[in-house]
Ligand binder design. Sequence first.
Ligand code: GUN
Ligand code: ZN
Length: 441
Amino acid sequence: MKTPTRIALRGDLLDFTADPGLSQPHDDAARAAVRWRPDHWLLVENGRIVDAQPVSSLQPGEDWKRIEHPGRWILPGFIDTHVHSAQVDVIGSWGSELLDWLSTHTYPAEQRMADPVLALQNSQLFVHALLSHGTTTACVFPTVHAASCEALYETAKAKGMRMIAGKVLMDRHAPEALLDDNPQKTAQICVDLVERWHGQGRVAVAITPRFAATSSPQQLQQAAELMRLAPDLYLQTHVAENRAEIDWVAQLYPEARSYLDVYDRHGLLGPRSILAHGIWLDDADRAALHKAGAQIAFCPSSNLFLGSGLFDWAQARDAGVAVTLASDVGGGTHLSMRRTMLAAYQVQAMRGGRVSAWALLHAATRGAAQALHLSDEIGTLQPGCLADITIWDSAVHPLSQRRQSVARDLHEQLFAWVTSGDESDLVETWVAGVRQFVRLD
Ligand code: GUN
Ligand code: ZN
C-alpha cells in the first residue's frame, strides 16, 4: 500500500463557516461566519484536509511533513466563475463597447486557437497564470474548437485542478471560421467531450452557448438537449451585459419577454447555470433566477472596462440570487480575484452601497463553492475538502506593510489587503495537497 502523504501547514487560517452577509462587517452574522484561527496547523492527508489544531496544543509527529509559514495567512484557493482562456491575448484592448470589442479584438484572437499547438500553449500559460494569482478553480470558456477544450482539460488534469469548461457554441453572427456549421457534428463533438472528460480527474463539462445573439433558437434547443447527457453538467453563458446587446437579442427573439427569458424558454436555467453579468435584469428576471437556483457571475473589472454598467449586488441578493465573482478576462483586465474584489466594492460604492471584505472573500471562496454545488470539495478549510489553498503575506511592499501595521482589527486588515495589495503577496498555491505555485523571492 502507498504510504499516505501527510503534510502539516502552519499559518493563520481564514475561511468561512456561513454566509457573512453583504455589508455589515461587525454584526453578529458576520462574526459567526468568519473563522479566524491564528497560528494553527492545517493537516492534509492524501491531498485532503483532515484537521486543524492550534500550534500551541499540537506538535505533528515524525510522519508529518511540516511546512512552516508562521504569521502568514492560509486561505482557500479563489474560485473565478467566469473567464475566457483564449482572451489572455486581448486583455486591455482599447476603445470599444462589447459588440465592437468582440468583432474587433476577441473573435480574431479566438480564431487562432484552431491550431492545437497554440491552444495547448495558451492553456498552459492560462492555468499557470490562474495559479499564480491564487485561483484554484475556474469556470472557463475556451473557444469553439474542440482542441482548445481538450488542451484546457489536459492542462487542468495534469495539475489535479478543478476546472469547469466546455466547447463554446456559436452558429451565427460571428466570423465563419468560428461557427458551428453542422448541428450533428456539433452534437458529436460535445457528446464525445462529455464522455471522455466529464468527471475525469476534477474536470467538469459545461455546456457553453456563448450568448443568445450567436446561437440560433435551434442551437439553444440543442444546448438544452446536451444538458441531458449527464445530471451534473453545468451550463454557462452571458446575459444582459450591455444595452446594445440587449436590443439586438430583443430583435432576434421577439417572442421573449426579456433577454433572460430567451434562456428560460429554452430550458437553460437551472441550479447549475452560471450566467455572466446580469447587469440589466428586472425583478421578473431575478425571480426566475431565484426559482431556478441559477447564479450570476458578477464581473466588475470587465463591466467597468467595457463600460457595460454597474451591477447591483444587493438587489440580486435580496431576490435570493447567488452572486459569485469573476474576472471575465479579456473583458476584465486581469486574472486577479483580489482586484476583482476591489472592483466589486467600487461598483457597489458607485451604486451607493458598501460591501464588506467578508462578503468579497466569501463570494470568491465558500459562496462560489456553494453556488457550484462543490462545497464538499472546495471553498473552505473544512476537513474533507481537498487542500486547494493559498498562502499569503499580509504585505510585502512598504506602503502595504505600513497600512497593515496600523489596522485596528481583522476586518480592517483584510479590507486593506484586498484593496491595496497585489499578487506579490502570494507565497504559495496548493492544489489537492500539491504545491503548484511558489513565489520566487
Ligand atoms: N458576450 C458574448 N461573448 C462575450 C465575451 O467573450 N466577453 C464578454 N464580456 N461578453 C460576451
Ligand atoms: Zn465572458
